[in-house]
Design a protein around this ligand. Structure first.
Ligand code: PMV
Length: 360
């Protein structure tokens, strides 16, 4: 689909007020998106597991104004508390999507949002948050047009979410979502995420993700700054080729359920993401000593037990531990015995693969 397809035709009606609530999950990338060009076009395709428990719930309440505002008019609340410091990010988002949702300046919006995970947990809420907000706006647009089909609704929600935060476009559907054009993935697009429709082995059903909270502070490097460091990065071109090839490798792995091969791709992707940050200018180390300790322990545990536990990382110090449901009991025991000591205040979050956003 082209970008133009997301520009709305003139609306037949515009309700005076209303409200919509959506719950949108977080996601964890297996092949990482790192590097972009304007407007939020990924430098390489990525693929993620949609999560189930880590989510944002957003209620969007809208009231038609008597005159069209000169600017966007909204208040944003997190857990009931007014958050003016969130406004600039929302403002940028609304500016980017205005051409596709042309009624924005005719309304005042109240955006009430809450996350299932604490704001200070170091887990990025931008994917689930922008996903939920994009879906609320789509529910609003759906009231304005007759017969919007579900496929278009979800695609446009993903398209809009991408303009808020790239990875948010993978937080609309589940359980596995790809984003970015890839020559072997039919209908893949740089503009929105699509659910992965090829055969997936049962071993990936209910795949577990336990998130070890190593560092719970504010992010050191914003993802915008991080992505931009891939411009003029000495290894960028190689990295983008590698991401495409890792995505090609995953298709037969999803089909066969070969977890040794899965682990190799996933861990290499995580370390490559961090290698890119360590070799950019300026350079960053976002892992903490405890991140490395956990990785070492995971490798030891795998060697000793033959487990299929593996790790992946976001642009931060927290560790996502991925493993099949069949190993849940033993891995959780291992986490409690050996890894909790490396978590901030002993905190970790148990999650698993999920099926996408839900209207409440
Ligand atoms: O969506 P952004 O711009 O916050 O970028 C997220 C990038 C990573 O989380 C590091 C990787 C990914 O693909 O999710």
């Amino acid at each position: 689909m082209t970008v133009e397809a997301f520009i709305s035709s003139p609306y037949q009606q515009k309700p005076a007020k209303g409200s919509h609530t959506w719950k949108s999950p977080s996601n964890i990338a297996l092949v990482k998106y790192w590097g972009k060009t304007a407007p939020q076009i990924p430098a390489n395709p990525s693929i993620s597991f949609t999560l189930n428990n880590c989510h944002t719930i957003t209620t969007l309440t809208y009231t038609k104004q008597t005159t069209v505002n000169a600017d966007f008019s909204f208040d944003i609340f997190l857990d009931g508390e007014l958050k003016p410091d969130f406004a600039p990010k929302i403002e940028i988002f609304l500016k980017r999507i205005e051409i596709y949702i042309p009624f924005l300046k005719e309304y005042h919006f109240k955006i009430e949002t809450s996350n299932s995970f604490p704001h200070s947990s170091g887990i990025a809420s931008s994917a689930s948050g922008m996903g939920a907000l994009a879906l609320c706006l789509m529910s609003m647009e759906r009231e304005f047009v007759a017969n919007m089909d579900d496929g278009f609704f979800l695609k446009k929600a993903s398209f809009l979410a991408r303009l808020g935060s790239g990875s948010a476009c993978r937080s609309i559907e589940g359980p596995i979502v790809t984003w970015g054009t890839h020559k072997e993935i039919k209908n893949s697009s740089d503009f929105y995420g699509i659910p992965y429709t090829e055969e997936v082995n049962d071993v990936f059903k209910n795949y577990q993700d336990t998130i070890l909270l190593v560092d719970v502070g504010e992010k050191w490097v914003s993802s915008t700054v991080g992505h931009n460091l891939m411009n003029n990065h000495p290894f960028a071109e190689e990295r983008f080729v590698q991401a495409n090839s890792n995505l090609s490798k995953l298709s037969p792995i999803f089909k066969s359920g070969n977890l040794e091969e899965f682990i190799e791709v996933v861990e290499s992707e995580a370390l490559t993401l961090h290698a890119m940050m360590m070799t950019s200018m300026p350079y960053f180390i976002l892992m903490k000593p405890n991140t490395l300790k956990i990785i070492e322990k995971v490798w030891e545990y795998r060697k000793e037990t033959g487990s299929h536990l593996c790790f992946t990382l976001d642009a931060g110090a927290n560790v996502h531990l991925l493993y099949p449901e069949a190993e849940k009991e033993t891995v959780l025991q291992f986490i409690k015995n050996e890894l909790v000591a490396y978590c901030k205040k002993g905190k970790y979050i148990c999650d698993q693969i999920g099926f996408g956003a839900r209207k409440l």
